[in-house]
Design a protein around this ligand. Structure first.
Ligand code: F6P
Length: 323
């Protein structure tokens, strides 16, 4: 293998740049040319492919976002789109891919490999942490720190006014951000899509806190919770229990930005190196992760089924600590 491509796809996450840097430098170390495919699968289709040298990835390890941009491609979901993408790669002479992203990214890479035989290794880059086969995804730690910092500030004002806050965090179908940051901020309740939410039970919890003279309550809500988003949950609670002055805060895309934490920079660097080494060893169709501090490879198929990953112990801990 002499030429490989790297791209960042799906929702961006802090640390993607560190991963791109690691891929480029590991390629160069192994006498391989590395090409940045801009705007993910859309750029692959359009042939927006450019050689990356060592200097191109200087000074980016600390930067949030992704210098080669990201996208969610509708065109790549079509056969014609993938054919064009293959033709672009052929023209550029690219023989293998490092795909940095989440489940949509890996689903695309898997189909592409089956149709055109282009080998690829996935690097988990998403703030959601919703991939099986790695303890943490790149960006998750930074996003958690962003949420904790923001909610600490909310707590200050919530306590001053005896208010009940519903704080919505990202995670369309995964509660990792809500659960871990909720524990980190001492939330009174944490609502995640993986477990059913009962409004009456939630009200009992809030009520109990009020009886114990708690001066505020923070309810962390994953955006994809089965009871609805934070505004909907707040409305349902307010209909039955109106003792607190209630506010809703949606943290939104602030969670996706910012300079990556030290943990994310190191994780991204390890995974970027391991991805290129895996391609050179002839591996394909797998995501590289870190499990128990060791590099691990998981087939795409398995990596995207994250649902048995939410930590039962953390759920139990959250329940104990919120009493
Ligand atoms: O997958 C990452 C993520 O940030 C999710 O948590 C969120 O639901 C989604 O992307 C938001 O996507 P967009 O930036 O396209 O609105």
């Amino acid at each position: 293998m002499k030429k490989i491509g790297v791209f960042t796809s799906g929702g961006d996450s802090p640390g993607m740049n560190a991963a791109v840097r690691a891929v480029v430098r590991t390629g160069i170390y192994n006498n391989i040319e590395v090409y940045g495919i801009h705007r993910a699968y859309d750029g692959m289709i359009a042939g927006d492919i450019h050689r990356l040298e060592s200097k191109d990835v200087s000074g980016i390890i600390q930067r949030g976002g992704t210098i080669i941009k990201s996208a969610r491609s509708a065109a790549f979901r079509t056969k014609e789109g993938r054919k064009k993408a293959y033709e672009s790669l052929k023209t550029a002479g690219i023989e293998g891919l490092v795909a940095i992203g989440g489940d949509g990214t890996f689903t695309g890479a898997k189909i592409f490999e089956a149709e055109y035989g282009i080998p690829s290794i996935g690097v988990p880059g998403t703030i959601d942490n919703d991939l099986f086969g790695t303890d943490n995804t790149i960006g998750y730690d930074t996003a958690l720190n962003t949420v904790v910092e923001a909610v600490d500030k909310i707590r200050d004002t919530a306590s001053s006014h005896d208010r009940l806050f519903f704080v919505e965090v990202m995670g369309r179908d995964a509660g990792f951000i809500a659960l871990r940051s909720g524990i980190g901020v001492g939330a009174e309740a944490i609502l995640v899509p993986e477990t059913p939410t009962y409004i009456d039970t939630l009200i009992q919890k809030i009520e109990k806190g009020r009886e114990q003279h708690k001066s505020s309550a923070i309810i962390m809500v994953a955006e994809g919770d089965d009871a609805g988003n934070a505004a909907e949950v707040a409305r349902k609670v307010k209909e039955k229990f109106d003792f607190y002055d209630t506010k809703v805060t949606v943290l939104g895309h602030i969670q996706r930005g910012g300079s990556p934490s030290a943990a994310d920079r190191v994780l991204a660097s390890r995974l970027g190196v391991a991805a290129v080494e895996a391609l050179l060893e002839g591996k394909t169709n797998q995501m590289v992760g870190v499990v128990n501090n060791q590099i691990a490879y998981t087939p795409y198929e398995k990596a995207i089924k994250h649902h048995n990953k939410l930590n039962e112990n953390l759920l139990r801990l959250a329940e104990i600590l919120s009493t």
